[in-house]
Design a protein around this ligand. Structure first.
Ligand code: BTN
Length: 261
């Protein structure tokens, strides 16, 4: 079980994680965070759960959240338009990748927009949910699911070949409290970069981990499926894909599969 008091002792942030609500079992940290944000929770409030019964992934997929994982959501209140919120997802993926590199010397890869992979297997997913009034963001909930101290064999069979855990990659259990502290600090630092509108710095950090850039990809979203080469992200965080006929497509949602041939 996580020791929240130890997290509070080790935490080096100004506001992210300064208020933590911890649950042994809840539906979804994102759902609870959204409720608390509507009830005026302050910026940086963090919801952490030991397990989730209705963990949510992107595109309405379930997110399996066994004990030993890191399942948390952070409430942010940036003064931005809805379009800018995509960059917060990218910044969070960078925060996860940097934490893994700094703590374990582990070179994780980011796949647009929000997957963190090791050896092409998913280690972490990020679900950003935004509430807005007209065009302006009211709050953003950033949910992070990091497969930490459990075996992927405990996941449903169809996930075992596509998912991995830190325990498997590093061949040992990790100090979850320390990892959470480092992660919250990276999130805060990158969020400050974002708020200072240093988008180019942010996107460059993201590009450094986005090894799929330059590779052939297949994009699947609710209305279509197409192939091309993932060229870059633009200044809004959208993925730019070059099609065989040379035209450029801007991708704002969907799944990216990296083609090996
Ligand atoms: C994805 O890759 O599809 C996103 C997965 C996000 C999972 C995390 S776990 C903590 C937070 N609470 C949720 O219900 N989802 C996110």
């Amino acid at each position: 079980m996580l020791e929240i008091e130890r997290i509070m002792r080790l935490l080096e942030t100004e506001f992210v994680g300064r208020e933590i609500h911890y649950y042994e079992k809840i539906s979804s940290t994102n759902t609870v965070a959204k409720q608390q944000a509507r009830d005026d929770a302050r910026e940086g409030t963090t919801i952490i759960a030991e397990t989730q019964t209705q963990g949510k992934g992107r595109l309405n997929r379930p997110w399996i959240s066994p004990k030993g994982g890191i399942w948390l959501s952070v409430i942010l209140r940036p003064q931005i338009t809805v379009e800018d919120a995509l960059k917060i997802t990218l910044a969070t993926a960078v925060a996860v990748a940097k934490t893994l590199y700094n703590m374990f010397d582990l070179r994780a890869e980011i796949k647009w927009p929000n997957d963190v992979l090791v050896d092409n297997k998913k280690l972490c997913g990020i679900l950003t949910e935004t509430s807005s009034r007209k065009k302006n963001v009211d709050f953003v909930v950033v949910g992070i699911g990091l497969n930490a101290n459990f075996d992927s064999k405990t996941l449903p069979e169809e996930l075992q070949t596509v998912a991995t855990t830190l325990k498997e990659v590093l061949k040992k259990e990790i100090d979850r409290e320390k990892l959470i502290c480092r992660l919250l600090k990276e999130i805060e630092d990158l969020y400050k970069t974002f708020k200072a509108k240093n988008f180019e710095t942010l996107l460059n950090e993201w590009r450094a981990f986005a090894v799929f850039l330059g590779k052939k990809v297949e994009i699947t979203n609710f209305k279509e499926k197409f192939e091309g080469v993932a060229v870059d992200v633009d200044d809004t965080g959208a993925l730019l894909v070059k099609l065989a006929d040379g035209t450029m497509r801007k991708v704002l949602s969907g799944d990216v599969t990296v083609r090996l041939v």
